[in-house]
Design a protein around this ligand. Sequence first.
Ligand SMILES: NC(=O)c1ccc[n+]([C@@H]2O[C@H](COP(=O)([O-])OP(=O)(O)OC[C@H]3O[C@@H](n4cnc5c(N)ncnc54)[C@H](O)[C@@H]3O)[C@@H](O)[C@H]2O)c1
Length: 452
Amino acid sequence: MTTYSAADDAVDQLKNRIQKREARIGIIGLGYVGLPLALLYSEQKFKVTGFDIDTRKVDTLAKGGSYIYRIAPEEIQAAKTNGFAATADYSQISAMDAIIICVPTPLDEYHEPDLSFITSTTHSIAPHLRAGQLVVLESTTYPGTTEEVMVPILEKENAAGLKAARDEVFTGKEFFVAFSPEREDPGNTTVARRDIPKVVGGLNPKASELARALYGSIFNRTVPVSSPAAAEMTKLLENIYRCVNIALVNELKLLSLRMGINIWEVIEAASTKPFGFHPFYPGPGLGGHCIPVDPFYLSWKAKEWDFRTRFIELAGEINTNMPYHVLASVSSALNKQHKSVNGSRVLVLGVAYKRDIDDLRESPSLTIIELLQNDGAQVSYHDPYFPFIGKGRKYDLQMKCADLNNLAHYDCVVIVTDHSDYDYARIVEQSQLVVDTRNATRGLQSPKIVHC
Ligand SMILES: NC(=O)c1ccc[n+]([C@@H]2O[C@H](COP(=O)([O-])OP(=O)(O)OC[C@H]3O[C@@H](n4cnc5c(N)ncnc54)[C@H](O)[C@@H]3O)[C@@H](O)[C@H]2O)c1
């Protein structure tokens, strides 16, 4: 049995390979998180292999194409010139020095964590694992996933009897494990991705050291924490903080509407306080893969500790109710014009879950469209990022994007996503009635505008 200095050697060798850009990087899951990450490493002259079970994505990348709006095909082609390749073949895992996992972590139909993507990825990696490799999980999940779910599968199913490096005894038959959450804010162009500090929690100090070296090559700052669970919890704290604060302003918006106070004006005024206040904005409901989903990973885990996460549950209740509030506002606005939702022509503006992005996941627009349809409205939509809405996990709308040339045709236009491409003055001028869920019409005065 060798001692800690052998571990130092193994770590130094890999750090050296990272420094010289000789380390081979494998990114598993080439979606909104994994593909940009692969490109960042490729830009830094690493040879990157992307793994995805979606063969359409693999084929598109092989042809130098892109399936993500904000990633131009030219970026894929440049990466390919630097050695980037995508594959569905897990046997190539053994050639990697570092493996970063970016697969989905949704909720199942009972609103409980669905770890099947993480477990199936881990089952696929395990047979190809070799000593000295670093495996990092990036998918958002509850504290304990890396250590309690991922590591046992890797240890049990690898062919060489390898163990995760945990303590000071090092036999040379170890692999390294860490968790490092993705913290990207899609559509935010004010902070470059490399300026978002990267939190890293290794299973032991050597794993943290390696993970910091790996991410230090593409991020300006890494932030070590003491364990994978601390890193997992860090990501959840960030998202729960957003979820709870958004619920708070959503609730205050409902009260302000009743009191005839403009909540947006209030938030703007409160934001002038130079300390102790961070603005959050109300809206038509939560969307995206993260904020509506991640907090419930913690609620679920908390039950194991006989603990109820009441803030999360309350925030979930308020935020989930927001699309119903939009429906009620549309109904009331039409009512004032002696019309009912039933039979009215309604145009939903914006279906992406937030401004200027091409992501529909968990978008409140989809719920709003369904609610309006259920009440008999003839619903159309427009979104510059979505020419068509087909079938998703929870809906099957099969709708084509309408054009914006005949706004007067609609009884009501509902602004659900405030894309910056829209000319709101023209929209108000040409529409019969505008229900604005985002304060997109700020500065415009018209009796046609209903704030909601
Ligand atoms: N999108 C974001 O802005 C964002 C931000 C922070 C964190 N996250 C987290 O990052 C993770 C990934 O999110 P995303 O938005 O990139 O998801 P995504 O759905 O866009 O991409 C995931 C990819 O993983 C692939 N995949 C699924 N199972 C696989 C398997 N067994 N082997 C190989 N590939 C597999 C899918 O085909 C898909 O291409 C999630 O946990 C999410 O919560 C996302």
